[in-house]
Design a protein around this ligand. Structure first.
Ligand SMILES: C[S@@+](CC[C@H](N)C(=O)[O-])C[C@H]1O[C@@H](n2cnc3c(N)ncnc32)[C@H](O)[C@@H]1O
Length: 255
């Protein structure tokens, strides 16, 4: 009963209020959580479904990169995306940034991988003028909930990409209190990149958010999770239903 009241209270709060404060402490404290739950959800079967969808989006951009290209993994977490990029293209030179707690774990889990520069720095501060052929944020830049800091990170990313380079954001951009991490619309993110000299596209999003809300922290078994996930992706693929996707896919090419 008490837990039910607590849950309803937290749901009500999420519906009516968006905390636009700095939440870096939240992420630092998650770095020791088991498996992918440090960066994603407790339901590891759901994490696997989301990962495959993310990698399907990311991989074509990796194949197009020139030999030895420079890539920034912004908010690398425990290093899963960095390692995947090196499995696809071992010639890449990757800079991976995050808070020290995440970087320590990512580094420890990636000892056999060459070509990564692990940097403990916030995306609100990190920039390298025209250094990167590709900047990737997989669920990270949107986690900068304090809006002025978020726009600063977008500015830092924009100046860090070479001309002809790509910014790929697979991030939950929402304006409802319930779903927002940073509370900005995908349209505003697109416009801000356009204003900074990017040609911007938005592709179909991934992850049907009502399902994610329902099963992300449950022990729903793998088979059911996969079936439900596929069903959800079929729903958001229907005309006009992309608004039910949690992660928006925004691709900017610097002109
Ligand atoms: C949802 S996790 C995704 C991690 C990783 N991209 C992945 O897919 O496994 C969000 C990550 O963003 C990082 N993050 C949050 N705010 C950040 C900031 N200001 N600068 C750098 N990283 C940040 C968190 O520490 C966390 O590792």
């Amino acid at each position: 009963m008490t837990s039910w009241i607590r849950r309803s209270r937290s749901l009500l709060q999420r519906l009516s209020y968006h905390p636009g404060n700095d939440n870096s402490e939240h992420w630092k404290s998650r770095a020791t959580a088991p498996g992918e739950s440090a960066v994603w959800f407790k339901n590891e079967a759901l994490n696997r479904c989301i990962r495959s969808a993310q990698f399907r989006i990311l991989e074509p951009y990796l194949w197009k990169l020139p030999q030895g290209a420079h890539v920034l993994d912004l908010g690398c977490g425990t290093g899963v995306v960095t390692r995947h990029m090196l499995q696809v293209r071992s010639d890449l030179r990757i800079v991976a940034i995050d808070f020290p707690q995440m970087i320590d774990r990512a580094r420890a889990e990636s000892v056999q991988y060459q070509g990564v520069e692990w940097i403990c720095q916030s995306a609100t501060e990190f920039k390298r003028f025209e250094q990167f052929d590709l900047v990737v944020s997989v669920g990270s830049i949107s986690m900068i909930r304090h809006e002025p800091d978020f726009w600063q990170a977008i500015e830092n990313v924009s100046v860090s990409v070479v001309r002809g380079g790509i910014v790929l954001l697979i991030d939950p951009f929402h304006t409802s209190n319930f779903l927002a991490r940073v509370k900005v619309s995908p349209t505003n993110v697109r416009r801000s990149l356009q204003a900074r000299g990017f040609n911007v596209d938005q592709h179909r999003g991934i992850t049907f958010w009502p399902l994610r809300e329902m099963i992300s922290n449950t022990n729903t078994n793998s088979n059911w999770t996969e079936r439900l996930y596929c069903l959800g992706e079929a729903v958001i693929a229907l005309p006009g239903l992309d608004l039910l996707s949690d992660y928006k896919v925004i691709i900017g090419e610097k002109l």
